[in-house]
Design a protein around this ligand. Structure first.
Ligand code: FHN
Length: 456
């Protein structure tokens, strides 16, 4: 009898395991296609917001990672960091040696936070999705997480569910939204004492709470580098996410699931300030990928940055074009202030992106990179394709004809421009003569797009 029960139990467990579409291993997890809404979206807004927005300070003349203002707490205490001294000097002279990082919570007031206004800014920028830091490495959560008792935005600071309020407003504007979540925490006593217990009792419950409470479209993990994926129980969590969670069909995740997974496993591959670990990313990848970066040199708001630290509108538009032409998405970051504003200079860059995308969005959204691009390689010329149409994107207004090799004929127009565009077929492919553009009929700034209908 006892044996019969054991056999029945085994059959039950087996049938449960095999009724699950995805198993807790990379082969199975990686076989899930990336939801198309994401690869079509191309442009998203990243938001780094936490207690680091209170000091909002970082050095501006350092290596990429050392400029990050959201690392304030870590750099202040980490004597091995190259920029420790800079942070310490600033901190001691501004707040005094006795002032602890935790005391910044009083300054995280967010009284100017109007989620509807933020959502409108993102929509007008032409972004299709938003990713907010629900918890950065400091461990402070922007939603009322019971695992983060007294270290979350509802218990202390603004006393407001910032993550919940924003997702509602963003969705009301018709955009997708998800959350960034840091696996590790710098100073969590539980994490330091017992990582396994931290994963079981803190991290996994927090991620499941986020997913079930807010049903995010994206779960963007980070802070994975301390441990391999099995310590973080990443494949187990992802199997739950893909099989059982309320977002199992549409959710998008990235590749930051353990020190052994970036660029190899999970969902989309991610680059940061063009860096893939130590190299610079200049390739076209077949696997869906996304570049994230700030408009300046930091993700968290850095008051120490001046105009010269910021990319110009022309530069951010060109960054988007470069990533999309190479098959990627751009996740451009804003760093709000501690009182809840998006700095006006950042708004201005987003507005210019939006104005450019209003005219030229069809050459970006829903496109793919063009395999013929290599043959046509010319400076300041990028290509995207959609169906049979090819888009030739010029990041400098062409002074002479552009040759598009491999294309024999097409109906050619310039996006946003009513006049005719003349072309000539030849041995080098189709040659496009740029029309005479004046300030009176110029459709946009920063980059001009020729649409070649039926070119492919
Ligand atoms: O350490 C973080 C950093 O602060 C920021 O959040 C970026 C965003 O991709 N990720 C980490 C470094 O890779």
């Amino acid at each position: 009898m006892k044996h019969l029960y054991t056999i029945l139990l085994l059959i039950l467990i087996n049938s449960f395991v095999f009724s699950q579409k995805y198993q807790a291993n990379w082969e199975s997890i990686d076989s899930r296609p990336i939801p198309e809404w994401f690869t079509d979206a191309k442009f998203g807004i990243f938001i780094h917001w936490g207690l680091y927005a209170v000091p909002a300070w970082g050095p501006t003349d350092a290596n990429v990672y050392d400029k990050y203002a959201e690392w304030y707490w870590n750099k202040l205490t980490n004597v091995d960091s190259k920029v420790h001294q800079n942070f310490m000097e600033f901190h001691n002279k501004t707040y005094g040696e006795e002032f602890k990082y935790q005391d910044f919570v009083k300054g995280f007031t967010c009284e100017m936070f109007k989620p509807e206004d933020w959502a409108k800014i993102f929509k007008d920028a032409g972004a299709k999705y938003v990713v907010l830091t629900s918890k950065h490495h400091e461990g402070f959560t922007l939603w009322p997480s019971k695992e983060s008792w007294n270290w979350n935005a509802v218990d202390v600071g603004p006393h407001r569910d910032l993550a919940g309020d924003l997702i509602n407003a963003v969705r009301n504007e018709g955009l997708r939204m998800g959350y960034y979540y840091s696996l590790y925490e710098w100073y969590s006593p539980l994490y330091k004492a017992d990582v396994n217990k931290y994963v079981d009792e803190h991290m996994i419950p927090q991620m499941k709470d986020l997913v079930t409470s807010y049903k995010p479209d994206i779960l963007w993990t980070d802070g994975e580098w301390d441990h391999p994926h099995d310590i973080w129980k990443s494949t187990e969590f992802l199997a739950w996410l893909y099989n059982e969670s309320p977002v199992k069909n549409e959710v998008v995740v990235n590749d930051r699931w353990g020190k052994d997974t970036r660029g190899k496993h999970g969902g989309i591959y991610t680059t940061e300030y063009d860096l893939v670990h130590t190299g610079v990313m200049t390739e076209t990848l077949a696997h869906p990928w996304e570049e994230c970066r700030g408009i300046g040199g930091s993700f968290g708001y850095n008051r120490n940055e001046n105009l010269e630290s910021y990319s110009t509108s022309e530069e951010v538009v060109h960054i988007l074009i470069d990533k999309v032409a190479r098959g990627g998405n751009l996740l451009l970051n804003v760093g709000p202030t501690a009182d809840g504003r998006i700095p006006v200079i950042q708004q201005q860059r987003l507005k210019d992106m939006g104005d450019w995308l209003k005219v030229n969005g069809e050459a970006i959204y829903g496109t793919k990179s063009w395999a013929g691009a290599d043959a046509s390689k010319q400076n300041n010329v990028f290509y995207t394709q959609k169906g049979n149409d090819l888009y030739v994107i010029c990041t400098k207004f062409p002074e002479r004809a552009i040759a598009v090799s491999g294309v024999k004929s097409a109906k050619v127009s310039m996006l946003g421009f009513d006049g005719k565009v003349s072309t000539k077929g030849g041995s080098k492919g189709l040659s496009i003569n740029p029309p005479a553009i004046t300030p009176a009929n110029n459709p946009c700034d920063y980059a001009w797009v020729f649409k070649l209908e039926g070119a492919i």
